[in-house]
Design a binder for this molecule. Structure first.
Ligand code: GRF
Length: 190
């Protein structure tokens, strides 16, 4: 049986990349291959993780392209060449533009460390912590052209009433590492 091919986009640490790639190779996401790691920050730690896990890497420096459309065209061409079915954004710190959105419409998902629509943006965990919520969480959603907008696919709650930001951050990331692979498995089986 032909495997589902997915690409994972990340800009930094890559713990979600690793959780997804490992879930694919272990069969936790059935019949799935992590076909490509796309990284817009050459030298980011996610690249080291990808090499260790044997996942091909497409590293690029956006500044070496004339426009977003140009580098997204390069990425989309590579996704097409590999036959990628689903794009999973995992800490990709960039708004996806029209080129990728147009060519992979309805096939790009993202993970966000809060219960959207609450706390969008790059500092979601800190913002929720400062607000003093009692139930945090994680959201997997389709993307659109807005920041952390798009239809919600899955959410998991993380109840926490402590005041230790590091402890909370670890709890949220652990939840991401379970929810994201499980959601990808569900999407690929539909
Ligand atoms: C995660 O918290 C994810 O929800 C957010 O960016 C973070 C990436 O972490 N979009 P990592 O690079 O996967 O460790």
């Amino acid at each position: 049986m032909k495997k589902h091919r997915i690409a994972i986009f990340a800009s930094g640490n890559g713990s979600n990349f690793e959780a997804i790639a490992t879930a694919a190779s272990s069969g936790l996401i059935p019949d799935c291959e992590a076909a490509l790691c796309v990284c817009d920050r050459p030298g980011a730690y996610v690249v080291e993780r990808a090499h260790r896990l044997g996942v091909p890497v497409l590293e690029f420096n956006p500044r070496e392209f004339a426009s977003k459309r140009d580098f997204e065209r390069m990425i989309a061409d590579e996704l097409d060449r590999l036959g990628v079915e689903l794009v999973c954004l995992a800490g990709y710190m960039r708004i996806v533009g029209e080129e990728l959105l147009g060519r992979y419409h309805g096939r790009i998902v993202n993970i966000h460390p809060a219960l959207l629509p609450a706390f969008p943006g790059a500092n979601a965990i800190g913002d929720a912590f400062d607000y003093g919520v009692k139930v945090y969480g994680v959201t997997v959603h389709y993307i659109d052209s807005t920041v952390d907008g798009g239809t919600i696919i899955a959410q998991a709650a993380v109840p926490y009433e402590g005041r230790d930001l590091d402890e909370l951050t670890a709890l949220i990331h652990n939840t991401e590492h379970v929810l994201y692979p499980a959601t990808i498995a569900r999407l690929l089986s539909e």
